[in-house]
Write a protein that binds this ligand. Structure first.
Ligand code: IMP
Length: 201
């Protein structure tokens, strides 16, 4: 069993990550559980840069595998806003109820293109300090009104055309099977297993 320190304080993400990676090969612990308390300055210009910044910062404090992700919602008719600023959109302390209503209004005002996607970049720094980066996307649209109680953040306004509902209306296993984070994590798990099988890093 290999230990992975996940560079996040977000409990929702940790729950999804443990469910996707399974708990037989990897023991996933948060930074806090690993006793690492460091401020991470996310000043990259892309999801991929921010994921690497987080993983590299935490890797300075441990020899375990460190993984980090950076994710967000891109809306085509809003020039891919909120993008890397998804968590900070309208201020960190503004409720998602308000953020979601605001985005629906802006998309309504912009016209008919409602295309959007969740993006998740995932980075790992291995014990020998080599790095792996992957990215997963979840394509959808901005719903006409919020719906659903599952998930978090922008899930109530993320319409999944194949399912005819929002990602907040999908059971967690179904969201994990198609989500940006699910895709990125499965790619990462596959690459990590190959690396760990091929050498002692
Ligand atoms: P991060 O913690 O910097 O990666 O910010 C991610 C932000 O993007 C979250 O706080 C949400 O606002 C949004 N986000 C990312 N993934 C999801 C998702 O699966 N559902 C809903 N919102 C998401």
């Amino acid at each position: 069993m290999r230990k992975i320190v996940f560079a996040t304080g977000n409990k929702n993400k940790t729950v999804e990550i443990k469910a996707i990676l399974g708990e037989d090969k990897f023991e996933v612990v948060t930074m806090k559980e690993a006793g690492i308390d460091v401020e991470i300055v996310e000043d990259g210009n892309t999801f991929a840069e921010n994921a690497l910044i987080k993983a590299r910062t935490v890797a300075k404090f441990t020899d375990a595998i460190v993984m980090a992700d950076d994710s967000g919602l891109e809306i085509d008719c809003l020039n891919k806003e909120p993008g890397i600023y998804s968590a900070r959109y309208m201020g960190e302390d503004t409720s998602y109820e308000l953020k979601n209503l605001n985005l629906i209004e802006r998309v309504n005002a912009a016209g008919t293109d409602r295309k959007a996607r969740f993006v998740c970049a995932m980075a790992a720094v291995l014990p020998d300090k080599t790095e792996i980066s992957v990215e997963g996307c979840f394509e959808g649209e901005i719903a006409l009104s919020p719906a659903g109680e599952n998930g978090f953040g922008y899930d109530p306004i993320f319409w999944v055309p194949e399912r005819g509902c929002t990602s907040a209306q999908l059971p967690p296993e179904e969201k994990n099977a198609m989500s940006h984070r699910g895709k990125a994590l499965r790619m990462m798990a596959e690459m990590l297993e190959k690396r760990l099988d091929s050498d002692e890093c």
